[in-house]
Design a protein around this ligand. Structure first.
Ligand SMILES: Cc1cc2nc3c(=O)[nH]c(=O)nc-3n(C[C@H](O)[C@H](O)[C@H](O)COP(=O)(O)O)c2cc1C
Length: 178
């Protein structure tokens, strides 16, 4: 798949093929793509927890407001931010903005890499952070920011998710105001 095909093919996959696991080498490749993301000051304030245990995936699904597809994925990556790492150089902006942007960039890389390998996943942001922290017994300096269930699609995608028109969401600066 070339770059544009990967971009066009990515969608939020929530229906995983239960008969196909994700190989450890595939997970490693995906995480290597994630850490190629840009980060403010190249501080890389991220940490990725790979979850394969059924009971931990169950606990994450419960933390994720009972989004059951989380538990049904063969592997779940929990993307964590390390706000202190960003704070050391950037203070409040590091905590409130950069570490979240950095981990968001890593999450998108991760999803695109999964697609390039024929896998798919879903960026899950609706979850209780305290419960997710407890489910994984995360160290206190890590903030879980995204739960990403990954796997092979159960069936081919049937429709593209719509987007707002490009004209509605972009403009030349010179034409921003009449
Ligand atoms: C920050 C963020 C949080 C999201 N949280 C959830 C979620 O909790 N559950 C879910 O099913 N999808 C979640 N999504 C996926 C979006 O629903 C999805 O990206 C959007 O509907 C566009 O569809 P597409 O990804 O198939 O293009 C989230 C996406 C982002 C970027």
């Amino acid at each position: 798949m070339d770059f544009w095909e990967v971009i066009e093919s990515r969608y939020s996959l929530r229906d995983f093929d239960p008969s196909r696991d994700v190989a450890p080498e595939e997970v490693e490749k995906i995480l290597r793509a994630a850490i190629r993301a840009p980060s403010a000051g190249n501080l890389q304030p991220w940490f990725f927890v790979v979850v394969r245990e059924a009971e931990k995936k169950e606990a994450l699904a419960r933390a994720g407001l009972d989004q059951r597809f989380i538990a049904r994925a063969p592997v779940v990556v929990v993307v964590c931010a390390d706000p202190d790492r960003s704070a050391m150089r950037y203070g409040g902006r590091g905590v409130n903005l950069y570490c979240l942007q950095d981990t968001a960039a890593a999450t998108e890389n991760l999803l695109l890499a999964a697609v390039a390998l024929g896998l798919g996943g879903c960026w899950v942001g609706a979850f209780n952070e305290e419960e997710a922290t407890r489910a994984l017994d995360l160290p206190s300096h890590l903030r879980p920011v995204a739960i990403v269930p990954l796997g092979y699609p159960a069936r081919p995608r049937t429709r593209r998710t719509p987007r707002r028109d490009l004209k509605e969401v972009s403009a030349f600066a010179s034409r921003l105001r009449p």
